[in-house]
Design a protein around this ligand. Structure first.
Ligand SMILES: CCCCCCCCCCCCCCCCC/C=C/C(=O)SCCNC(=O)CCNC(=O)[C@H](O)C(C)(C)COP(=O)(O)OP(=O)(O)OC[C@H]1O[C@@H](n2cnc3c(N)ncnc32)[C@H](O)[C@@H]1OP(=O)(O)O
Ligand SMILES: Cc1cc2nc3c(=O)[nH]c(=O)nc-3n(C[C@H](O)[C@H](O)[C@H](O)COP(=O)(O)OP(=O)(O)OC[C@H]3O[C@@H](n4cnc5c(N)ncnc54)[C@H](O)[C@@H]3O)c2cc1C
Length: 649
């Protein structure tokens, strides 16, 4: 590439491994990288020249997102992109760190329909939904309750006379509130409501509900619907509210794969799957982990590391140049653990996708044994990785000084999208407690001699009471340290005498400890499987840093019971700093390996060519506030002050 900033060029010449090989590893093979790049080229042809998001109003952002949605759907059809990954690659360049107003249609509406609908219902609605002749969302949360699903108030009361359900919002707090795309875009929703039949409440069930007319898009009589107003971010989505006033739907529109209501109103309980209505949340939580890495952590550290290689600040060195800020140990200590976390979350996300599909497949065959473990692991990891991503992005912003605060950095858009994931799909504290609930039960089972498998097998294993960490810092000894910590937390979190609430802070820590152990073991297994020596060395260093940073940050958890000695902790601190120097040499290449397009990252600071200053100046000049030179507001409000003689007012 011509005109690459000389500092960045030098960084790229000095690396010790093949970026292409690492990219292939991250993608899951060379053939995947090739295919991804092909799809991305198609996407760039369509979407690379758009209006700058930063200079648009919320309404303009929504309208532009709808326009892009229509074009993205057309591209997928034209180029025959049907596989989820291919659609995602195109979509990600159409909506960088945004979301389409129909995001929930694909992410939650279709999966709920296909997993909870009967064959007949799927045959009726899926073809229409796949052709976007109906666009749906997932309406569960209400103004008064999001977390506590059993507290939802929307009712679906069966009327055997007409064989219909009557949907009703009995209180202000029962208004559906938050569903993505509900406000203006969707004409259908899967509405989660309390099922009443023969005078009895059977709890939350899913209902297919038409909200708007097919002809005019007006809300149907009995439905009041709209957008909930501006939010922290996600301006491109019309998160909405809906109120039902005795709105009738046919009996056949309750999704009845698991539980049914017969014509006479008899309720037939699901025998196949406990908590079947909660299924799609497990899907989204499992998938999110990968997207938090690829949409949050990885682009944020790409921006901060490239910028730190280009930015020079403070006293001149012998070469007469101010140092690159990336050479400061403190800057490396801010950024390299985040780089390591990006890799850790990415590998964990890939693993969680695999596990989800395995368990989902088993559930389709009627085997539900692994669901509780998947629910616990996806809840805990969703919480741990989304909070990790949020604070890491903020740390990256701080690492970029003043320019980090400009929208030109790209951080505001990335941050507001990622931090939403700490709340949606289950608020993070609540999700950690769900994970802990399973761990405590499992630990108690293990204490009674039950042999465990999967992510919790360590609870029935013998754990070492002294760390085997030496100056070699083998990955096995690091995994072992996290295993010990997780085991110890489960043991002290599971005092049967204590009440749940009084123990809940330690329970959240127990869940985090379990998830950390899981992440470190996934990372270690990925490193072990790498064939190329040079790549293995650099990802091995990242794995060590990920683990050592967490040990240092949580030193008390490891030394309190004497598992890690004071001497070993000194070694940990020494090794952590020496890893910073090792990683320094490859830092830019390690972010290049994510293989992001500038159009996706959306940051002048993180440009591949490193030409930050000239582009920053051009971008500022293009701000609408700079056109025209003298603003109307001057005439109205400033001229009377500054130049009263000339003012016409
Ligand atoms: C675009 C740029 C963004 C960048 C960032 C990355 C973006 C990635 C984009 C792609 C990803 C897709 C994005 C989609 C957008 C998302 C939009 C958001 C949608 C929503 O938020 S939908 C609403 C979600 N709502 C929730 O999650 C509610 C949380 N609450 C609950 O889940 C439950 O109420 C509860 C679990 C907290 C408690 O429920 P309840 O009281 O009924 O249950 P108990 O505590 O009594 O437990 C009973 C037993 O059931 C088990 N259980 C609970 N849940 C499940 C489950 N889901 N599956 C299986 N089992 C479950 C419990 O563990 C209990 O078991 P036990 O054996 O009895 O102990
Ligand atoms: C961007 C975004 C998109 C969304 N999209 C959708 C959507 O498409 N469809 C949909 O249905 N919903 C959607 N939601 C709603 C979302 O799922 C809920 O907001 C979320 O589940 C949290 O519930 P809540 O708002 O009731 O939080 P609350 O439960 O009120 O949380 C408030 C505080 O109370 C604490 N708390 C609550 N219960 C407990 C407990 N038992 N123990 C300890 N602490 C507790 C929490 O930790 C938190 O600190 C969306 C939300 C956002 C922000």
């Amino acid at each position: 590439m011509a005109n690459v900033n000389p500092d960045l060029r030098k960084e790229r010449e000095n690396g010790t491994f093949s970026v292409e090989k690492l990219t292939n590893l991250l993608d899951g093979g060379k053939h995947v990288t090739d295919r991804r790049r092909h799809v991305e080229r198609l996407a760039l042809n369509e979407f690379s020249k758009g209006e700058d998001y930063n200079f648009m109003s919320r309404k303009e952002r929504y309208i532009s997102a709808l326009h892009k949605t229509e074009r993205a759907l057309r591209c997928c059809k034209e180029y025959g992109l049907t596989k989820p990954d291919e659609v995602y690659w195109l979509w990600q360049l159409a909506f960088p760190h945004e979301a389409s107003p129909i995001q929930l249609h694909g992410d939650m509406f279709l999966p709920t329909l296909t997993r909870q609908g009967t064959e007949e219902q799927v045959n009726k609605y899926l073809p229409l939904a796949e052709k976007y002749q109906i666009i749906g969302t997932y309406a569960q949360t209400e103004m008064g309750h999001g977390t506590f699903i059993r507290g939802l108030e929307t009712t679906a009361t069966y009327d055997p006379q007409t064989e219909e359900f009557i949907l009703h919002s009995p209180t202000l707090t029962s208004l559906k509130w938050w569903p993505g795309g509900l406000g203006k875009t969707s004409n259908y929703a899967i509405v989660m409501a309390l099922l009443y039949t023969n005078g009895k409440n059977y709890g939350m069930h899913p209902f297919m509900v038409q909200l708007r007319s097919h002809e005019t898009h007006e809300p149907l009589p009995g439905i009041t619907i709209g957008d909930i107003g501006p939010k922290f971010g996600f301006d491109t989505i019309d998160n909405g509210f809906v109120q039902f006033d005795h709105f009738r739907i046919p009996r056949e529109d309750m999704l009845m794969k698991y539980s049914q209501v017969l014509k006479d109103g008899t309720y037939v309980k699901s025998t196949k799957l406990k908590k079947s209505s909660y299924g799609v949340m497990v899907l989204v939580r499992s998938m999110l982990i990968y997207y938090l890495a690829i949409q949050g952590l990885a682009p944020a550290c790409t921006i901060a590391i490239r910028y730190s290689a280009v930015r020079r600040q403070s006293e001149q060195t012998k070469s007469q140049l101010e140092p690159q800020i990336l050479d400061y140990q403190t800057q490396q200590y801010k950024l390299f653990p985040i780089l390591a976390s990006a890799y850790a979350v990415l590998f964990t996300g890939v693993k969680m996708k695999e596990i989800y599909y395995e368990v989902d497949n088993e559930i389709q065959q009627g085997h539900t044994e692994r669901l509780p473990e998947l629910h616990a692991l996806s809840s805990g990891l969703k919480a741990l990785t989304s909070s990790m991503a949020s604070w890491c992005i903020e740390r990256c912003r701080l690492a970029c000084g003043g320019h980090g605060y400009s929208a030109a950095s790209g951080f505001p858009k990335i941050y507001v999208a990622v931090t939403a994931a700490c709340t949606y799909e289950g608020e993070n504290t609540v999700m950690l407690l769900q994970c802990a609930r399973y761990l405590i039960k499992t630990y108690q089972g293990a204490s009674n001699g039950k042999k465990l498998s999967g992510s919790v097998s360590y609870l029935s294993d013998k754990v070492n009471s002294r760390s085997t960490i030496t100056s070699e810092f083998s990955l096995k000894s690091l995994v072992d340290a996290f295993k010990h910590r997780a085991f110890r937390f489960q043991a002290c979190g599971s005092d049967p005498e204590d009440s749940w609430n009084r123990n809940s802070v330690v329970l959240t820590k127990a869940a985090e400890a379990h998830c950390y152990y899981y992440m470190v073991s996934v990372f270690e297994s990925v490193v072990e499987a790498v064939e190329d020596d040079a790549v293995k060395r650099v990802v091995g260093q990242l794995c060590q840093l990920f683990a050592l940073f967490a040990i240092h940050e949580n030193a008390g958890d490891f030394v309190q019971d004497g598992f890690i000695s004071n001497d070993q902790m000194e070694l940990v601190k020494w090794k952590e700093l020496s890893l910073l120097s090792d990683i320094r040499r490859n830092a830019v290449l390690l972010v290049d390996a994510f293989d992001f397009h500038d159009e996706f990252i959306g940051s002048i600071l993180g440009r591949f060519d490193g030409n930050v200053y000239a582009n920053l100046f051009e971008w500022a000049k293009s701000s609408p506030l700079n056109k025209p030179e003298v603003q109307e507001s001057y005439i109205k409000y400033l001229q009377p002050l500054l130049n009263p003689n000339k003012s016409k007012l």
